[in-house]
Design a protein around this ligand. Sequence first.
Ligand SMILES: NC(=O)c1ccc[n+]([C@@H]2O[C@H](COP(=O)([O-])OP(=O)(O)OC[C@H]3O[C@@H](n4cnc5c(N)ncnc54)[C@H](OP(=O)(O)O)[C@@H]3O)[C@@H](O)[C@H]2O)c1
Length: 360
Amino acid sequence: MSLSSYVTLGRSGLRISPFTLGTMTFGDDHGWGSSPEVSKEILAAYLDRGGNSIDTANIYTNGHSETIVGEYLAADAGRRDRIVLGTKFFWNLHLGDPNGGGPSRKAIVHQLEDSLRRLRTDHVDLYWLHNFDPTTPVEETMRALDDLMVAGKIRYVGFSDVPAWATAEAATVARFRGWVPVSALQVEYSLLERTSEGELIPMAQAMGMGVLPWGPLKSGFLSGKYGSAIDADRVDTARGGLVGGPRAEHYPVIDAVNGVAAELGVSAAAVALSWVQGRPGVTSTLLGARTREQFETNLAAMELVLPEEHRSRLDAVSAPRLDFPAENNAVIGRMARDGGTTVDGVPSRAYPGLVGAKVY
Ligand SMILES: NC(=O)c1ccc[n+]([C@@H]2O[C@H](COP(=O)([O-])OP(=O)(O)OC[C@H]3O[C@@H](n4cnc5c(N)ncnc54)[C@H](OP(=O)(O)O)[C@@H]3O)[C@@H](O)[C@H]2O)c1
């Protein structure tokens, strides 16, 4: 696999790289990010290898991330059109203005104009609702996004961190109104956070949304720099202290990833990223690198196909406890299949519990 092994995003014709460049680390506003110079080096390294998908957000380093990306693209005019440029709206950058953020019509238009100015472009390819706002009517948000698509200011729409039921409602309303569809989903997804497998990822698969996992290294916990044997005296925590260190329940998974990496002679980051990218429903995993070295290490995941034995070991040690009705449905699904009551093409068989029993 390479960055130019482009894949279509959900049920759309948009082609993106199997790894999208995340830019949450770009800019030093939070005290733990990459300088503009290093950020532009990472951008160049990604794009020079054929990468075409960049993810930012209005909130990342309070707009600095978008500004850095915009400056970089403005310096190379031919490049902008070849890139799938994604940004997000929701977080309010206008202190004291109740309509400065969120998914209302007024707020979306305002936020997009600000992002286009910082990104120095006249359109965004993938415009993401960053978070869930239960108070704004979904019709208002989807109609505003459709207007922006018709006006040529955005091309595609994605939802991030929104409950599955609310995403499904928005997608269904949009479909029946003929509005711009929800083509993509961003969810936290890694060997240390698999609960999206319960509702969100099956919804994305059923409704034609491409999945872009964020936090694939759980803020670095799965990068190889943590482990039960090396963390006893650790005092520093991830992201300059913003994120605490791993919790006790994380270590069996972290140690398993480190063990697989040692056996295969690759980095732990490559193992964790390759695992995520190989999961059902995943389109393009978001790479989060603060330094050029981290970026290069992480990109090695593209060359790694996890042997089945190692993938199964990682699947087992990280198996999530999913919300109801996931387990119930798995059992009912098996019983129904055995009883011949499903519509999945499996030939009908008598359910063993019924054989010989009196049927009324
Ligand atoms: N939609 C959303 O709500 C949402 C949320 C979060 C992120 N995102 C997107 O997803 C992207 C990736 O997410 P993420 O930053 O959380 O990903 P991540 O890969 O889980 O974490 C990135 C952090 O891990 C550490 N790291 C990465 N590679 C490393 C390596 N090879 N060796 C050692 N440490 C390494 C670095 O931490 P240090 O800085 O401590 O070195 C880096 O800042 C973001 O850039 C953003 O575009 C979206």
